[in-house]
Design a protein around this ligand. Structure first.
Ligand code: HEM
Length: 279
């Protein structure tokens, strides 16, 4: 996409940043105003592709959404397709890139785990990974879960109370803003042994620490709006690690601790200075 990719990226970042704006008025120069500009750019960009996607009918998300049918066999309108695509950029792409970054950080920080995964991947004896191989990548699965525990891409999940209720002695009025906070739950000593330690084996079938409470591990949310793409995210992360670790070693200073921005999405504040060496 060349330069267009940069423009889409900038527009997208502006739209995401605007979600944190306190002053939500279209005053030029403010983050809300930049977000609206970004949103409009994204709508024009995605809107310009819809007709072609409707014609071509590939197996990518965009084409599939164009051809999706509702309960009464109705197609989505162009605007609905565009809205879904912009939402997916955030829900699917940004969350996964945050996860991949945290995975690289944890593997650089814990070289023995990096070697364990490399051995597992090399043990498959393949240059390309297939869907059936993914299940055999058990250790990689454990590292994926532990990384999401320590670095949930959505550290907080905003909600509103639909009716007045009480929680642990606190009265929560109807319509009050409430947050589900995985970054807190994921470190609660009631549920996790040594929560600040990177210990992927806590997710092993023998230890199964994550099964003490249904909602103690919630990187993908829970309930009716639980992430639709959780399996897809695991597939993408395993495929990424398969290719990365077969060819490269990642290193960071052993004392380095990744400073993370927590809203609206977990990303390293410092651009994550790691070294990537060819094996
Ligand atoms: C590691 C990567 C991912 C993480 C951590 C993640 C996390 C989440 C969370 C926490 C929610 C619930 C939000 C809420 O309750 O307000 C959610 C919803 C959603 N996610 Fe993901 N997600 C990831 C990857 C993906 C991918 C790859 C896709 C699509 C392929 C996807 C599609 C969705 C959709 C469509 C929803 C909305 C579901 C609904 O409202 O009914 N996500 N995700």
């Amino acid at each position: 996409m060349g330069q267009e990719a940069d423009r889409v990226n900038r527009a997208f970042i502006a739209a995401v940043d605007a979600s944190l704006a306190v002053v939500r008025l279209p005053i030029p120069g403010t983050s809300w105003w930049r977000g609206l500009q970004g949103r409009r750019y994204l709508e024009r960009f995605m809107g310009g592709l819809v007709a072609e996607k409707r014609r071509a009918g590939g197996d990518d998300f965009f084409s599939q959404i164009c051809h999706a049918r509702g309960e009464n066999n109705e197609a989505l309108t162009d605007q609905e397709v565009v809205d879904h695509m912009i939402f997916l950029l955030f829900a699917a792409h940004d969350t996964t890139t945050s996860t991949l970054c945290s995975l690289v950080y944890r593997l650089a920080k814990h070289p023995h785990w990096q070697e364990t995964l490399r051995r597992e991947i090399q043990g498959l004896g393949k240059a390309e990974v297939s869907y059936d191989d993914l299940e055999a990548m058990e250790q990689t699965g454990l590292v994926f879960r532990e990384t999401l525990r320590m670095h949930p891409p959505l550290p907080t999940i905003p909600r509103r109370a639909i009716r007045e209720c009480e929680f642990q002695g606190f009265r929560i009025p109807r319509n009050a803003a409430v947050s589900v906070v995985p970054i807190h739950t994921h470190y609660m000593p009631e549920y996790w042994s040594n929560p600040h330690e990177f210990d992927p084996e806590r997710f092993s079938p023998e230890r199964a620490e994550h099964k003490r409470h249904f909602f103690q591990w919630a990187p993908f949310g829970g309930g009716q709006h639980k992430c639709l793409g959780l399996n897809f995210a695991e597939i993408q992360s395993k495929v990424f690690l398969f290719h990365l670790l077969r060819h490269y070693r990642v290193r960071i200073d052993p004392d380095y601790v990744m400073p993370t921005l927590v809203v609206p999405l977990a990303v390293p504040k410092d651009g994550f200075p790691c070294v990537i060496e060819r094996l």
